[in-house]
Ligand binder design. Structure first.
Ligand SMILES: CC(C)(COP(=O)(O)OP(=O)(O)OC[C@H]1O[C@@H](n2cnc3c(N)ncnc32)[C@H](O)[C@@H]1OP(=O)(O)O)[C@@H](O)C(=O)NCCC(=O)NCCS
Length: 221
């Protein structure tokens, strides 16, 4: 697994590692707002995503890109051919979240970030808060960090196996560059599609819709 530069546009990408090899993960681009808005304005998608407002407006998408602008600028200016720099960059910023087709159209997103859900089953909110803070303050690259996962494809890319492959690629990337080994998904019990995407990547449905990753354990057995 490595980061490649698209010679036509001079921007970095990671090709999907299993099927759908013409698809890729890239950083967000500054002009992705319209594409993000055209997906997240659909209630059928947004209702399954925590922390995404509904109704979703173009302003929300622009605001999101503004929040991510520093990470985006870093990702687009890093010398990815320098493996050491690439590693340092990705250890700190999980910047390859945009899913694009071979024409570089934005067709979805898969986001891996430090998790706050791991301890959902703990009833004591104070204890949850302490553990979340501990997770947030761990040194980048610490393999005991727990990462949470969220994803969405555009409506015309659903049901084609693209999210399953996108999640696999994002996990491979995080394991390679961030030494990430603990992942957790969460999905509503009626969100069969999302649950399947997780399960096909080695996650196991637990109570309360929490889905810990059993990938490493499965590989070892
Ligand atoms: C759920 C969702 C992410 C699935 O993405 P996708 O790209 O369509 O998933 P895939 O094509 O990789 O399909 C994986 C499996 O799920 C099944 N699936 C996908 N959507 C489904 C649905 N709505 N109902 C039942 N099964 C579904 C597929 O048939 C496939 O199963 P199979 O391999 O046994 O045939 C997508 O439908 C979506 O956008 N949902 C709204 C946002 C969301 O829920 N995000 C996740 C939050 S946790």
């Amino acid at each position: 697994m490595s980061i490649t530069i698209d010679n036509k546009i001079g921007k970095p990408y990671v090709g999907f590692t299993t099927s759908h090899r013409s698809y890729r993960l890239t950083p967000l681009y500054h002009d992705d707002a319209e594409a993000i808005y055209s997906i997240l304005k659909n209630e059928s998608i947004t209702k399954n995503l925590s922390n995404v407002p509904y109704p979703y407006t173009l302003e929300h998408a622009k605001e999101w890109l503004k929040i991510k602008s520093k990470v985006t600028a870093h990702a687009l200016s890093t010398d990815w051919k320098d493996k050491q720099k690439a590693k340092e960059q990705l250890l700190h910023d999980i910047s390859f979240t945009a899913v694009r087709d071979s024409e570089m159209n934005f067709v979805g997103d898969v986001n891996i970030r430090r998790n706050q859900w791991e301890w959902m089953e703990l009833e004591d909110p104070e204890q949850r808060c302490v553990l979340t803070k501990k997770n947030e303050t761990k040194e980048a690259g610490d393999p005991t960090i727990c990462y949470g996962i969220g994803f969405y494809p555009s409506p015309d890319h659903q049901g084609k196996g693209i999210m399953t492959s996108a999640l696999k690629t994002a996990i491979d990337l995080s394991r390679t560059y961030m030494h990430a080994e603990i992942f957790q998904g969460i999905c509503r019990s009626d969100n069969i599609g999302s649950r399947k995407v997780f399960e096909k990547n080695g996650f196991v449905f637990d109570r309360n819709g929490v889905m810990p990753w059993k990938g490493a354990a499965m590989e070892r057995s």
